[in-house]
Design a protein around this ligand. Structure first.
Ligand SMILES: [Zn+2]
Length: 329
């Protein structure tokens, strides 16, 4: 951090406080959480890995951030541990899926209520489904508490969905839970949300539907209580570890299908935006198509609004979008 331009303002057992060099501010709003190994900028940038931070400051690509960090650490004469080498492995088969640490959360189910998230019920996610995914409500903070599990049901992190406009503006809609001195963050690029619930269906039906956010997975369960095949990337980038998780599910079966169901990012079908949108989706599937069937949803008929997930407008529209999906050879 000193190399990047910040001193340490304060250090505790849980975190260190730095200058917000992420957005070029003199204020000390950038926290590094020791157990999650993630940064959090409280004023603007929110959640960041060390690589995200360097990429932001230096306005560079991941590869350059990696090399810069390697140089800095190299000069300190310290061993390299956990350097995310996965990014440079070409063959997906060689990727290692890291085992994520179980979090200690004795407070979680005592602190937060079993209470319906009204905002979500109004969107068609029933209380029953909210319960199935162990979603809780924080009365004091007016926010949804979203525990995140690995595919075996181990709790690996906790996210929150803010509903207060002021919190959304200040901190963002979806942020990790901060409780006491701890930040319940986790590497979203190393897990697929919902897999603990939908894995058996994915194996049975030999298909996986990749969405961006948690709510899409919950909606999938609403539409198909016993056949939901949705997971969420918790972002818009399908990482190499994500792809390896999918390959392991496909288990060498070339008829296994990966269906990308990303949020709509164009207004008019015949537009440059739509072309860029499809390019982004196809890039996400890069490398997977030699192992299994790959397809994606693109809204040709104008059934969705901008920023909608393909699951946002009900089961009928979702099925019509699935039917007209595009296959990648
Ligand atoms: Zn910042």
């Amino acid at each position: 951090m000193s190399e990047l331009g910040s001193d340490v303002k304060q250090e505790t057992n849980e975190y260190l406080i730095f200058k917000s060099i992420c957005h070029n501010s003199e204020k000390y709003k950038l926290y590094y959480y020791i157990s999650s190994k993630y940064f959090f900028c409280y004023s603007e940038c929110h959640n960041m890995s060390i690589y995200d931070l360097i990429m932001k400051i230096k306005k560079c690509e991941f590869k350059d951030a990696f090399n810069l960090l390697k140089d800095i650490v190299g000069n300190l004469d310290r061993p390299f541990i956990g350097f995310g080498d996965n990014e440079f492995i070409e063959d997906l088969d060689d990727i290692e899926v890291p085992e994520l640490k179980e979090i200690d959360k004795p407070f979680l189910y005592n602190m937060y209520l079993k209470k319906e998230i009204k905002e979500w019920s109004e969107e068609g996610i029933s209380y029953e489904v909210q319960q199935k995914f162990k979603i809780r409500y924080d009365l004091k903070g007016n926010r949804a508490i979203i525990p995140v599990f690995d595919d075996n049901g181990k709790t690996i992190g906790i996210r929150t969905r803010n509903f207060n406009p002021r919190d959304i503006e200040r901190r963002g809609k979806y942020i990790p839970l901060f409780y006491g001195d701890k930040c319940y963050n986790f590497p979203t690029s190393s897990m697929l949300y919902g897999l603990n619930i939908t894995k058996q269906n994915i194996l049975k039906y030999k298909k996986i539907i990749i969405t961006e956010g948690e709510k899409s997975v919950l909606k999938g369960d609403e539409y198909y209580p016993n056949g939901n095949c949705c997971v969420a990337m918790l972002g818009s980038n399908l990482s190499k570890v994500h792809k390896k998780i999918i390959l392991d599910l496909a288990n060498g079966d070339k008829s296994f299908e990966v269906i990308m169901a990303m949020d709509k990012e164009f207004e008019i079908y015949d537009s440059q935006e739509r072309i860029e949108y499809e390019k982004k989706i196809i890039k996400n599937l890069d490398g997977l198509n030699q192992y299994c069937k790959c397809s994606y949803i693109v809204d040709k008929e104008g059934l969705l609004d901008m920023k909608d997930s393909p699951l946002d407008k009900g089961k009928k529209i979702f099925e019509s979008l699935i039917k007209s999906r595009k296959l990648i050879n």
